[in-house]
Design a protein around this ligand. Structure first.
Ligand code: SAM
Length: 333
């Protein structure tokens, strides 16, 4: 079992399979785009599987595939199949924008990927186009309908908090409630210089708005290491499960049990820290598994106690421009 120097048990690895994405979300990718990594820089399928294996031996229990958009990676099914075959005890999860999900549902079910987080900031087609830069809401909604029919997946919808989210709260809540899906709101993190009209909304403002639309009750039983959970009953009696993820206004670092691997093989122990530990190069230089284990142990040992970005005011710019490390599409969210 991996334990860091603040006594946190590290059991969860987020694996970014690619920096490519078929959306251009305004909070994730700057308007001018980001230069993509070259083919050789990105880890190969076997490299991912080998590195995942080292973590599994070191006691990791849960892997979440993310990106970029993990489903645009050509080898996705191969990586998934081999990971499942070699490490049957690992819990495998997926975070996706849902645009391509429909055609992957069968293999995902067959390989036991039960927990799927789908990004869905809006169910309004025009607004979706504006936020993501693509007219693909239809594909996402159709994937969700199909996934629900499987009656197998544990689906969470993730919506980044915008001022516009607040305008659309009612329809979003109803959409999730009608399908019995958990709806989680994520405070927007300042990975990019923020432009006009993309202001930061703190979770507490959301909670005030939710309270107007129904009865909200804390449900600690379903809290995760990052999400604060609520049972909500809308004014007309419809129940909805709500999650709030407030990385900016309420730190949850003390419960952080996660590590991240970027698609170019860098281990990150904190989303907000520029510190990265290269595991790809030692692997490619045949330095052996013992060297890889030492790098991982050192990284875990040095995992920061907490992030140092303070959200001092919720002014028009929120926490904007406080960091300029990598965009989320490059880190893997
Ligand atoms: N493409 C996949 C997706 O859309 O879910 C996986 C990668 S995406 C980077 C993972 C999550 O990070 C998404 O839910 C996305 O909304 C969230 N995200 C990206 N940039 C963010 C930001 N600046 N603040 C908060 N959440 C962000």
């Amino acid at each position: 079992m991996l334990t860091d120097s603040h006594s946190r048990k590290i059991q969860y690895l987020r694996v970014s399979l690619t920096d490519k994405c078929n959306l251009r979300c305004v909070y994730c990718v700057p308007p001018e785009g980001v230069p993509l990594l070259s083919h050789d820089e990105v880890m190969r399928n076997e490299e991912f599987i080998h590195i995942i294996g080292i973590f599994a031996e070191m006691g990791l229990k849960k892997i979440r595939f993310t990106g970029g958009e993990p489903l645009v990676r050509k080898g996705f099914i191969d990586i998934l199949a081999k990971t499942r075959e070699r490490f049957p005890e690992l819990e495998l999860c997926l975070t996706t924008n849902g645009t391509l999900l429909e055609s992957f549902l069968e293999p995902l079910r067959d390989f036991g990927v039960k927990k799927i987080n789908i990004s869905l900031d809006t169910i309004d087609r025009e607004r979706y186009g504006r936020i993501t830069g693509r007219d693909m809401l239809g594909q996402v909604l159709s994937s969700i309908e199909e996934a629900v029919l499987y009656d197998y997946f544990n689906i969470k919808l993730n919506a980044v908090l915008f001022r516009e989210t607040l305008e659309e709260l009612g329809p979003l809540l109803r959409y999730a409630g009608e399908r019995d899906l958990v709806l989680r709101f994520i405070e927007r993190m300042p990975f990019l210089g923020e432009g006009e009209g993309q202001h930061f909304i703190p979770a507490d403002v959301l909670l005030d708005e939710l309270a107007v639309l129904g009865k909200l009750e804390r449900n600690r039983k379903f809290d995760t290491s990052v999400a604060v959970m609520y049972d909500m009953v809308l004014a007309d009696g419809m129940p909805v499960k709500i999650g709030v993820i407030p990385p900016m206004t309420h730190k949850f670092c003390s419960r952080c049990n996660r590590l991240r691997i970027t698609c170019d093989g860098l281990l990150k122990t904190c989303l907000y820290s520029p510190r990265e530990y290269d595991v790809k190069t030692p692997y490619r230089q045949d330095m052996g598994d013992e060297a890889l284990r030492s790098i991982i142990l050192k990284a875990v040992e040095e995992k920061p106690r907490e992030h140092t970005i303070e959200c001092l005011e919720y002014g028009s710019q929120g926490c904007a421009s406080l960091m300029s490390i990598r965009t989320m599409s490059k880190i893997g969210g």
